[in-house]
Design a protein around this ligand. Structure first.
Ligand SMILES: O=c1[nH]c(=O)c2[nH]c(=O)[nH]c2[nH]1
Length: 296
C-alpha cells in the first residue's frame, strides 16, 4: 500500500484584465477575468519540491497581460486558445492547459443620442464565458454565459407533483417564473465564428424561455437547450443551471385587499436549483472538455 499523487493542476486564478483599443478616437474596452491552469509532468513538484517544470503562476499572469498587448484580444475563445497553445507549446513538461475567461459587459454611454467615444457604463451582471482546454494539438471549447436574469410574469404553471404530509405548496396555473441563467455549451470543433454563434445561441435560448408555456422550470430548461442544439450544429451539448427565483404572492387580506397575481415578495433564498444537460444522442461525450468544470 502506498500513497501517490492524484490528478492536479495549477495556475493563476482570476487575472483581471482591461484592455483599451485606442487605434481610433472611438475606443473600445475588453474587460476580462482570466484563469489559467496547467497540467502535466508535475509529480516531482508535489513529491519532492522539484520546481523545474513549474512555470510560475506569476509568469502565467504576466503572459495574459503581454498577450493582450502583442495582438488584439479578439473573441474570448480565440484569446483562450492562443494562451493555451502557448503554454502547451512552450512550457517544458506541460501537456495540457485550461484557460477560463469571463467577459464583463460595458456599453457606451449615450450622449445626444449616440454612444460616447470613450465613456462606458456596466450594462448588467451578465458575463460571457469560455473554458478552453488545450491538450497537445487538440482543443476543447466550452462557451457560455452566466447571470442572465430573466422573468416571465405569466405563462408558467406548476401542479401535478406528488404530495405527502410535508407538502404545503399550493398548485398554481399562473405564477411568475424567474431565473438567472448559467449556460455552457460544448463545441464540436474550433472552426466557429465565436461571436456570431454566441449571440445566436443566447437569443435562441431567450426566445425559448419567453415562448415556452412552462409547466416547470425543468421543462423550460429542456426547451432552451433543445432550441440551441436544433439551430447550432456546431454544438454537441448544452448544460444549464437555473435557480428558481421564487416570487411569492403577498397575502393582502390583512387590509381587505385581493391580490390577483399582482404583488409579490421576491425571495432570495432558499431557491430551487434546476440543472441538466441537453445533448445530441449521436455524439460522444467529451469528459476532458468538462474536467474540473462544475457538472452543470
Ligand atoms: O418549476 C418548478 N420545478 C420544481 O421542481 C419545483 N419545486 C417547487 O417547489 N417549485 C417548483 N417549480
Amino acid at each position: 500500500m502506498g500513497i501517490v499523487m492524484g490528478p492536479n493542476q495549477y495556475g493563476k486564478a482570476e487575472v483581471r484584465l482591461v484592455a483599451v483599443d485606442r487605434d481610433t478616437p472611438r475606443h473600445s474596452v475588453k474587460d476580462l477575468t482570466v484563469s489559467t491552469s496547467l497540467r502535466g509532468d508535475l509529480d516531482a513538484a508535489h513529491l519532492s519540491g522539484d520546481n523545474s517544470k513549474v512555470l510560475p503562476t506569476d509568469t502565467q499572469k504576466n503572459t495574459v497581460y503581454a498577450f493582450a498587448k502583442e495582438a488584439p484580444i479578439g473573441e474570448i475563445e480565440d484569446f483562450a486558445l492562443r494562451l493555451g497553445r502557448h503554454f502547451v507549446g512552450t512550457a517544458d513538461g506541460i501537456t495540457e492547459a485550461r484557460v477560463l475567461i469571463d467577459e464583463h459587459s460595458w456599453e457606451r454611454i449615450p450622449v445626444g443620442g449616440t454612444g460616447h467615444d470613450h465613456s462606458f457604463a456596466r450594462s448588467s451582471d451578465e458575463k460571457r464565458t469560455t473554458a478552453v482546454t488545450v491538450e497537445g494539438d487538440q482543443a476543447h471549447v466550452v462557451s457560455g454565459l452566466k447571470d442572465l436574469v430573466v422573468l416571465k410574469s405569466t405563462g408558467s404553471e406548476f401542479w401535478g407533483y406528488p404530495k405527502d404530509r410535508y407538502t404545503t405548496l399550493a398548485e398554481t396555473t399562473d405564477r411568475i417564473l424567474a431565473t438567472a441563467v448559467t449556460a455552457r455549451w460544448r463545441y464540436l470543433h474550433t472552426d466557429v465564428d465565436w461571436g456570431k454563434s454566441f449571440e445566436s445561441i443566447r437569443a435562441t435560448m431567450l426566445e425559448a424561455f419567453a415562448c415556452t408555456h412552462s409547466y416547470a422550470l425543468q421543462q423550460t430548461l429542456y426547451e432552451m437547450g433543445k432550441a440551441a442544439l436544433e439551430k447550432h450544429p456546431e454544438v454537441a451539448e448544452v448544460r444549464l443551471s437555473l435557480p428558481n427565483k421564487h416570487h411569492f404572492l403577498v397575502d393582502l387580506a390583512f387590509c381587505g385587499l385581493e391580490n390577483d397575481n399582482e404583488v409579490f415578495y421576491a425571495a432570495d433564498r432558499p431557491y430551487g436549483l434546476i440543472e441538466g444537460v441537453v445533448k445530441r444522442d449521436d455524439v460522444e461525450d467529451d469528459p476532458k472538455a468538462w474536467y474540473t468544470l462544475p457538472e452543470f
